[in-house]
Design a binder for this molecule. Structure first.
Ligand SMILES: *[C@@H]1O[C@H](CO)[C@@H](O)[C@H](O)[C@H]1NC(C)=O
Ligand SMILES: *[C@@H]1O[C@H](CO)[C@@H](O)[C@H](O)[C@H]1NC(C)=O
Ligand SMILES: *[C@@H]1O[C@H](CO)[C@@H](O)[C@H](O)[C@H]1NC(C)=O
Ligand SMILES: *[C@@H]1O[C@H](CO)[C@@H](O)[C@H](O)[C@H]1NC(C)=O
Ligand SMILES: *[C@@H]1O[C@H](CO)[C@@H](O)[C@H](O)[C@H]1NC(C)=O
Ligand SMILES: *[C@@H]1O[C@H](CO)[C@@H](O)[C@H](O)[C@H]1NC(C)=O
Ligand SMILES: *[C@@H]1O[C@H](CO)[C@@H](O)[C@H](O)[C@H]1NC(C)=O
Ligand SMILES: *[C@@H]1O[C@H](CO)[C@@H](O)[C@H](O)[C@H]1NC(C)=O
Ligand SMILES: *[C@@H]1O[C@H](CO)[C@@H](O)[C@H](O)[C@H]1NC(C)=O
Ligand SMILES: *[C@@H]1O[C@H](CO)[C@@H](O)[C@H](O)[C@H]1NC(C)=O
Ligand SMILES: *[C@@H]1O[C@H](CO)[C@@H](O)[C@H](O)[C@H]1NC(C)=O
Ligand SMILES: *[C@@H]1O[C@H](CO)[C@@H](O)[C@H](O)[C@H]1NC(C)=O
Length: 433
């Protein structure tokens, strides 16, 4: 039995089914008019939260370097952010760390009193295996991690924006994120907003004025991000925003792609699904949402963990519609070993595996990186069913006006005709004298 926090998504899924049926229903056949309006009405209920789609709340607290003895001077650049999102009967632990390749680890326990234990002397040593635990170990229901392993830069002279079709000679040596030096997270932590930002570079001349940043956000409850692409989130998710700013390009035709790895149980296959999204109000012109999910192979059982994104990146920090550029993901590639992230190596042992993909920004014909020297892309990392879009109140209002008024006229017309008929009927059968 899963905790209630995850079940609360069932109603969200119901609402999604309702809203996905709605556009395909036509008014052409008999009776479907009523079905259409019934579904529309149910959808209105969904939008206004009558089904209490997602009201689950968690209490979120943040702590840097848990259990590190502060009387001992911590080594510079040690950043292990622990975010505890406590529910009524369960806890989600988010661990965000810059030792090795930057990684976000998510651990779900079925008790509200689980805790993270770090054996710091081993965690900072060369053999980190087993130095980070979530206790009591028996309470752990699910764990997975997202790792940012490499940043690839390629010389797109023919403007194809398709790394799969390019010869290996088009690729510059990748930036290994495990070798970056990172700024201290402590100056960027915002306890009220539950955010922090990790920025770093490799110290080379290309990064002299530039940085690679990952902005982390945790959430107490359902909501929507304030800036484009306005991703929807809930209490079981967290968000990472990747930004590449001011990095000097190594060619005039440079484009970038980002290599990600997802670590999970060996017996839980992962796959990427791309779904249609009905949202146009919050992320204009992007009618898709992609999600990298892991779930048991041969069952229709629920998704256990996911990484979700809209296939769009932005070329300016104002993140305006005009600066949007599409992004694409490569096919999944099984990795032969776990990524070089201390967090992953410290927590996961045998029985876990990594799968990788490359996220490619821009399409053929789009401006090259040199035009703005800026790139941002946002992902949601969470547990349970990924959030799904439903019709917004604005769309509902437009539909209600667009369809309601004609229906009202038809109804009034019908009533009018009936009344007139009723009045005229006695005349029709009036005995003829
Ligand atoms: C939490 O657990 C208690 C006792 O086990 C149970 O009565 C309660 O309904 C649970 N609450 C939720 C939200 O699942
Ligand atoms: C922290 O370190 C100091 C000095 O090394 C030691 O006296 C103290 O007991 C340590 N505290 C903990 C909680 O380990
Ligand atoms: C790493 O540490 C673990 C636990 O202390 C030990 O079992 C293992 O043999 C060590 N591995 C290496 C390569 O030293
Ligand atoms: C938590 O899960 C473990 C196994 O997954 C189970 O043995 C235990 O009873 C569960 N605890 C609660 C409070 O549900
Ligand atoms: C670019 O296009 C030219 C002509 O089609 C071709 O000869 C060349 O190999 C291409 N270069 C790359 C890097 O794809
Ligand atoms: C990155 O660091 C690893 C060891 O930490 C080293 O083996 C490797 O050569 C480095 N890669 C680059 C590109 O510097
Ligand atoms: C952040 O940590 C560094 C060293 O780890 C320390 O010198 C600095 O004062 C800390 N800053 C804040 C705002 O806590
Ligand atoms: C770094 O940026 C400053 C101003 O933003 C500029 O004056 C300087 O030339 C840049 N340096 C490099 C190496 O690009
Ligand atoms: C999936 O099916 C295979 C054989 O069909 C079976 O051996 C395996 O236990 C099943 N796995 C799950 C999680 O049901
Ligand atoms: C990402 O792209 C690079 C360059 O084409 C390739 O070497 C690497 O294997 C790719 N990684 C994944 C996970 O597909
Ligand atoms: C970017 O590079 C292209 C190709 O060399 C060039 O035509 C363009 O002027 C450059 N843009 C800027 C802003 O430097
Ligand atoms: C980003 O957009 C703003 C406003 O449109 C513009 O002033 C600025 O120059 C743009 N920045 C870049 C790097 O193109």
């Amino acid at each position: 039995m899963g905790p209630r926090s995850l079940k609360s998504h069932d109603t969200a899924a119901l609402c999604h089914v309702i809203s996905s049926r709605l556009p395909t229903t036509t008014m052409a056949t008999d009776g479907s008019v009523w079905r259409f309006f019934l579904l529309g009405f149910l959808n209105v209920l969904c939008v206004y939260g009558v089904f209490e789609g997602d009201t689950y709340r968690r209490q979120v607290t943040m702590e840097l370097n848990p259990g590190l003895n502060m009387s001992v001077t911590p080594p510079t650049g040690v950043n292990l952010l622990h975010v505890r999102a406590r529910g009524q009967n369960d806890t989600l632990h988010f661990l965000f760390c810059s030792q090795g390749a930057p990684a976000l680890l998510l651990v779900h326990t079925n008790t509200s009193s689980s805790s993270v234990m770090v054996d710091w002397s081993r965690f900072l040593s060369a053999n980190v295996s087993g130095s980070l635990k979530v206790e009591p170990e028996g309470s752990v229901q699910h764990s997975s991690a997202l790792v940012f392993s490499k940043l690839w830069e390629y010389d797109d002279v023919n403007n194809t924006a398709d790394p799969a079709k390019l010869p290996p000679s088009s690729f510059f040596p990748p930036y290994e994120l495990q070798n970056f030096t990172w700024e201290n997270l402590n100056t960027t932590i915002n306890q009220m907003a539950h955010t922090a930002e990790l920025c770093g570079g490799d110290g080379s001349r290309w990064f002299l004025n530039g940085s690679f940043c990952l902005g982390f956000s945790a959430f107490e409850s359902e909501g929507r991000d304030g800036i484009l692409p306005h991703l929807l989130h809930n209490a079981n998710s967290s968000q990472l925003k990747f930004r590449l700013r001011g990095v000097k390009e190594r060619s005039n035709f440079s484009r970038f792609s980002l290599e990600l790895q997802y670590v999970g149980r060996r017996d839980l296959p992962s796959r990427v699904e791309t779904l249609r999204s009905i949202d146009d109000e919050y992320t204009p012109s992007i009618f898709q949402v992609s999600q990298w999910v892991s779930s048991p192979a041969n069952t229709t059982s629920p998704i256990l963990g996911y990484v979700q994104w809209k296939p769009v990146a932005y070329r300016n920090n104002t993140a305006a519609l005009a600066d949007a550029t599409p992004c694409r993901h490569s096919a999944l590639l099984p990795m032969d070993k776990l990524p070089a992230s201390n967090l992953v190596l410290a927590y996961f042992g045998d029985g876990h595996k990594a799968t990788g993909l490359n996220m490619t920004f821009s399409i053929s014909g789009d401006p090259f990186y040199n035009t703005t020297h800026y790139l941002s892309w946002t992902v949601l990392v969470g547990l349970g069913l990924p959030p799904t879009e439903s019709f917004s109140p604005l769309v509902i209002a437009i539909m209600a006006i667009g369809l309601g008024i004609p229906l009202l006229l038809i109804l009034l017309g019908g009533i009018g005709v009936c009344l007139r008929k009723q009045r005229s009927t006695p005349l029709g059968y009036a005995p003829i004298n």
